[in-house]
Design a protein around this ligand. Structure first.
Ligand SMILES: [Zn+2]
Length: 297
């Protein structure tokens, strides 16, 4: 199993770190987990295309986790020219409604889609790409999922759990993927020491966890419960018994020499596994022993 970090940043604009996105190559599938702004650009930089992606899992509907969802669907539809299967999409309510509001007849992209289906010049391009008119509208196969659900793939399965983030305004999910090639848990956005994340991640080879800020600098208690920090993450990784902890969703304020080393050192005082400071386009390959090998971009 190979994991590529597409976006390890936050909602804050950054050229170094795009917003949340992860790419998982497992079996014959190419899965994205979250697709925030910039993540799709990173997908292309990683050598992949929208048409290669088979499944998308969205953890929650904060825009920094789903803004490139529209780009993924539209570029996949455009380049796919009706020759590839529809994208399978899994995420919390109301992702089905969001999808309809984006790509439905009355949706945001409805006029664009209609023009590409009906205009002669667009039909020509569609045929050049191997399509046979009449062209279909984009129709991602959306399934809303909730904690406890299991999605069965071809040689892998994803178990859905709850994160601790901005409920009840948004349903916030975490995902665990198990396969013969290894296992990983992605926290989505989650803060505090979340027992549900610990249970979901139990025994995983890899935990990819939001590490937004330096412990002790949280402005409020509710901020700490919503956004991950390094000391809470160390406890989660230790109690879950994972082999590797990948830190992501990193604010610029902690992404600097000195602070980064302090965070890594303090995590390693509590958690004796492997700790990785995530970077955009970092590739992580799970070995037979479950440990991750890093290929830097
Ligand atoms: Zn969020």
């Amino acid at each position: 199993m190979k994991i590529t970090l597409l976006g390890t940043g936050t909602p804050a604009p950054s050229l170094k770190r795009q917003s949340s996105g992860y790419l998982i190559e497992v079996g014959n599938d190419l899965i994205v987990m979250d697709h925030g702004p910039g993540a799709h650009h990173r997908l292309i930089e990683s050598g992949h295309r929208a048409v290669d992606v088979s499944q998308a899992f969205i953890s929650h509907l904060h825009y920094d986790h789903c803004m490139d969802y529209a780009r993924l669907v539209l570029q996949r539809w455009d380049m796919g020219a009706d020759r590839i299967p529809d994208l399978k999409v899994y995420g919390p309510t109301p992702i089905a409604r969001m999808t309809e509001l984006l790509f439905g007849e009355e949706g945001v992209y409805g006029p664009d889609i209609r023009a590409r289906i009906e205009h002669e010049s667009s039909i020509f391009v569609f045929e050049e790409r191997g399509g046979y008119p009449p062209r279909k509208s984009p129709a991602p196969r959306v399934k809303e999922v909730h904690a406890g659900d299991v999605v069965e793939g071809n040689g892998w399965q994803v178990t859905v759990g709850n994160a601790s983030h901005v409920q009840p305004q948004l349903e916030c999910l975490a995902f665990r993927l198990d396969s013969p090639e290894g296992s990983l848990c992605y926290s989505g956005d989650s803060g505090g020491v979340c027992d549900e994340i610990i249970e979901l991640a139990r025994g995983c080879d890899m935990l990819i966890h939001m590490n937004h800020y330096l412990s002790g600098t949280e402005p409020t208690t509710s901020y700490r419960k919503a956004c991950g920090n390094h000391r809470d993450n160390a406890e989660i990784a230790r109690r879950a018994g994972v082999k590797t902890l990948v830190l992501t969703h990193v604010l610029a304020q902690i992404d600097q020499p000195g602070i980064r080393e302090q965070i890594m050192r303090e995590i390693q005082q509590e958690f004796d596994g492997q700790v990785i400071w995530g970077e955009d386009l970092m590739q992580l390959t799970l070995a037979e022993n479950g440990l991750a090998t890093i290929e830097d971009p």
